[in-house]
Design a binder for this molecule. Structure first.
Ligand code: 5GP
Ligand code: ZN
Length: 113
């Protein structure tokens, strides 16, 4: 998607601080971190959100999930971390390219769930 911010980041057209990359997944530091460690994990192929995951494309999301424990270990998040994926307007999704926030490095405090 030529007008998608995270597609541009994956393509290297917009700079980012990469923390992990494989054939299917790209992960980089959030520009506005909400915790000492705040990383965004995205599929290299455009999917708008979890609401668009289907039997045909769920492997893209699965590759992201497989990357998360590797990234967490590399970041030293042995004491735990939170994973969030905002979907749509009510969740406050601002970038319409599927992404998983990894938040850690401090107790996450007040709980949403
Ligand atoms: P959402 O609100 O859609 O769940 O999360 C989007 C996230 O992308 C936000 O946490 C925001 O700080 C981050 N973000 C927005 N633009 C950029 C950017 O250009 N670079 C990086 N690294 N993060 C961004
Ligand atoms: Zn995209």
């Amino acid at each position: 998607m030529s007008d998608c911010l995270f597609c541009k980041i994956v393509a290297g057209d917009i700079p980012s601080t990469k923390v992990y990359e494989d054939g299917n997944v790209y992960a980089f530091r959030d520009i506005n971190p909400q915790a000492p460690t705040h990383i965004l994990v995205v599929p290299k192929t455009h999917v708008a959100s979890l609401d668009d995951v289907t039997a045909e494309n769920s492997a893209l999301a699965a590759r992201c999930l497989e990357a998360i424990p590797k990234i967490a270990a590399a970041e030293g998040l042995a004491n735990g971390y939170r994973v969030i994926s905002n979907v749509g307007d009510d969740a406050g999704q601002t970038v319409r390219h599927l992404h998983f926030h990894i938040l850690g490095g401090r107790p996450m405090g007040e709980r949403l769930v």
